[in-house]
Ligand binder design. Sequence first.
Ligand SMILES: [Zn+2]
Ligand SMILES: [Zn+2]
Length: 738
Amino acid sequence: MLEVVEAIKAMFAGSPVRIVHVRKEEVGEPPQGPRVSEIGLAETLSSALIAQGLERLYSYQFEAYRLISSGRDVVITSGTATGKTEAFIVPLLDRALKEGLKTVITYPTKALAKDQRARLTKLCFNVGVTAAVYDGDTPEHERREIAKHPPAVFITNPDMLHFGLAYSSRFRGILREVDAVVLDEAHVYEGAFGSHMRMVLERLKRTVRGKVQLIASGATIGNPEELGRLLFDVDVEVVRGLPRRRGVAYHVMVSAGPLSRWMVASKLIAYLARMGLKVLGFTDSQQMAELLARMAKRDGANVTVHRAGLPKAERVKVEDALRAGALDGVVATPTLELGIDIGSLDAVVMASPPPSYVKYLQRAGRAGRRGLPGYVFMVLGDDPIDAYYEARPEGYFEQELTPIVFEPSNEEVVKLHVLAYALQHGRLREQAIPPAWREAVLKLEAEGLLLARGASYYPSREAWRLISQKGLRGAGPEVEIYRGEKLIGSRELPMALHDLHPEAVYLHQGVVYEVERLDLKRLKAYVKPVGELPYYTRPLYEVEVEELDLEVEREVDGIRVAYGSGRVVKTVVGYAVYQIYASERGKPKTLKYLEEPLSWSYNTKLLEARYADYADPEAIHALEHAVIHAARPVVGAGLTDLGGVSYPSGHIVIYDSTPGGSGLAKLLYGRLEKAHRVALEIMKNCSCYDGCPRCVYDPFCGNNNRLLSRKKALSLLEEVLGRAASIPLEKPSGKSVA
Ligand SMILES: [Zn+2]
Ligand SMILES: [Zn+2]
């Protein structure tokens, strides 16, 4: 089995690429529990389970059985392929048979619900319990049947729940009798998607006649209690199975050395494909996924791109082609973490470390088909966190799991669901509005989406249109991308500002486009194909933070830090042009400035800290970058999840990139001591002269990594850590640097 790893070593021999670490992981079966015939299950259920080869429950499944049978709210966490589904379905079917219990099972995506359907419905059929899948593809005659005879097990997805509750009285009729709700694959509910799911459940709870029992099940979750409380707004019991997927996996850390990580990842994908392995490439950026697929194709692999922002039909085509064996693999953004089912593959290639170790484990869990070992490659490049782990590879695999978080009261998300709830009832009666919704109602009224008449608020015509168009995956408005008259995709703000400013190079399904125009009023971008281009662009931008509203403040290592909300104004003033095949160390070829800078602003959550009463801009800007880098291992934030800005008044503001907040800035506020120590190590251990991509550079810097000094930032942080008393917080002032 190690041949694959040896072959990769041989391929890179003589090049500066280095295999830093190989780790074999072998995970056995979870501990056994009682026999299914011994725990008092309904006769038909226990014989159906035995007939399909399930004679014994694992002990964690038995624990879940006990808790769910007694009506408790539960979060189950266990690795891929360790029998999570049985952990919740056995007790629910048992109660369906004995008490007539009705359950809704929600999978994050329609595709996944479909794949589970075969397994679940077969078991239900064998046991004599009715089951049905109800999603966007369910034909009208089936929907009518389901409504006439609501099944005991109702399988759906968050989007169907959201739209069904808002628009369909028939759908609400089915849900009204529900006793229990299961969220499977619950580890995907983070950031904006988590905030949406919480609100969908809130609406569901208000629609169901009785009290609903709440159950979540997910792969690797570091904070199951907290995630349960965030999603359900109640305290939950936690059941833990195996921490990892079952089977054998080889984890290989590869250092790209002075070469580009994209080139190394592309070679890996192509070589593994040539060995006959099915490969899944991962990157966190949509544009880089396009680029990587293009490079791997050139290296001889038959791969394509799978990412958000592509039309649905295109994504389904890719999934089908992969299943049918027509492709060697795909290069994906984390859309696949949302459980779109392409089955397991042989190898996973991560072009860079994922935003968190939890995500590493989730992505790694994709490698290894039934009974075969999985191969997981992670490429380390020129990046502070990569350098940090290259120096301590063992530490990477031994780190704690960062929590899965979201902002439970994200104002953008709450507004959407309050409006959807108003559509469901035709109006919101003033006296029946929950206190947590009041602010959203007032804002919706100010925006003309709710109209106050008498003692009620009525949804406007615009509200109907808005709800039907907005999905649950983001919090910001979507920019539609047009090639001539043809809609080819979409991109959410504020990232659309980064990727779709005028003259930006935009890659889409393997085609190179240049952006002609970005109309932020109408939320439309116009692009034109430009053939082959040897470069990519990164925006230059400025950030101002307005309307600061700080809620809490505390002392951390000789500084004052506060957390709250504010308005982030982002202005793209130009862009830098980079060569595709040069290493990330390479300087941009040229800088260009836009004739008309482009601004967009949004409310979000942030932390503000003051490191000095006056700071050299090179010191405070570099320190801001180092703390944002440190936030990756400390809170599990991806590089674009948090933004930062520094001020000569010694202030640093770090904000959630998700409009309304993602919970990450809040987590960082609570863990800033830890982030300081990681930042210190990053800056101390770099051997560069005074700042480089391995310490204080940031590929998403708005200032093109100018005005940065590693040495000055290091001595500032050392001074802060040794300081006796902190400086009062006060207001940031002076020219900000993003
Ligand atoms: Zn350096
Ligand atoms: Zn910067």
